[in-house]
Design a protein around this ligand. Structure first.
Ligand code: C2E
Ligand code: MG
Ligand code: MG
Ligand code: MG
Length: 253
């Protein structure tokens, strides 16, 4: 796996799928999440859950993650140039990438080279980022905020999180983990957790996105409890650029 991953970047075997982040009330696409895909020439499509852990263990996530960031920024700019109403591009960042000493420069380079306005880039970090070097994490998050990039906490509630971070970290969005969304509305405990996260996000004036929404029942429950945005199969699976751009709003101008 390690050797094959090593060659995958040079052989251009990686590509991106995109999944819409949708306003529940208007059905408007506000954002897209870039999701990495790997097609090995003989083994076919390998799911990220299999190769990303290997990429993290081997450090290959650093060049791979930089490729994702650059490619996603360029794609978002291309949609804007094609006349679609601007959306936020959400890019997953592994803790190893985030902790690189030159991570801020890498983000700045990707923005500069793509000419994408920083307001249209959102970095998804996980609670795992904050497991060590909390002072440096805060410093980097503040630098990103100053650049104008948005930050979201992915899979919120599944990691070792401390609510202190919500006060200390300059973040914009909480993504309610699919693990919790899966249980609503049937399971009372699951429903209570989702409801509490959404209430907390709303009163902290954080944006909230529920991940992995698949059914009408989940959707109407989320709407009922004040969730503004969703991402999930009910609206769209992650898809290639050619398919997904049909979901963008043509610019009124
Ligand atoms: P994630 O960032 O939490 O992404 C959401 C995952 O949930 C995606 O899986 C997506 O396809 C899936 N999903 C979305 N809606 C639904 C739904 O309604 N039902 C179900 N069952 N699943 C849904 P995917 O694409 O397999 O990615 C898995 C994970 O791999 C991601 O979870 C993320 O942690 C990681 N990943 C993907 N791309 C990248 C990347 O470029 N860099 C890094 N560091 N990690 C990535
Ligand atoms: Mg994500
Ligand atoms: Mg900006
Ligand atoms: Mg997630």
């Amino acid at each position: 796996m390690k050797d094959r991953l090593n060659k995958a970047l040079q052989r251009e075997e990686f590509f991106l799928h995109f999944q819409p982040q949708v306003d529940i009330l208007t059905n408007r696409v506000n954002g897209m999440e870039a999701l990495l895909r790997w097609r090995h020439p003989t083994d076919g499509l390998i799911p990220p859950g299999e190769f990303i852990p290997v990429a993290e263990e081997t450090g290959l996530i650093i060049p791979i993650g930089e490729w994702v960031l650059r490619t996603a920024c360029k794609q978002n700019k291309a949609w804007q140039l094609a006349g679609y109403a601007p959306v936020t591009m959400a890019v997953n960042v592994s803790p190893i990438q985030f902790h690189q000493h030159n991570f801020i420069e890498i983000v700045l380079d990707a923005l500069r080279d793509s000419e994408l306005d920083s307001a249209y880039l959102e970095l998804e970090i996980t609670e795992g980022v904050a497991m060590e070097h909390v002072d440096q994490v805060i410093y980097k998050l503040q630098a990103l905020r100053d650049i104008g990039v948005q930050i979201s906490i992915d899979d919120f509630g599944t990691g070792f999180s401390s609510l202190t971070y919500l006060k200390q970290f300059p973040i914009h969005t909480l993504k309610v983990a699919r693990e919790f969304v899966r249980d609503i509305p049937g399971d009372p405990d699951g429903a209570a957790i989702v409801q509490a996260i959404i209430a907390m996000a709303n009163s902290l004036r954080l944006k909230v996105i529920a991940e992995g929404v698949e059914t009408e029942e989940q959707l109407s429950f989320l709407q009922h409890i004040g969730c503004a945005e969703i991402q999930g199969y009910i609206f769209s699976r992650p898809m290639p650029e050619g398919e997904i751009k049909k979901m963008l709003t043509p610019s009124p101008a």
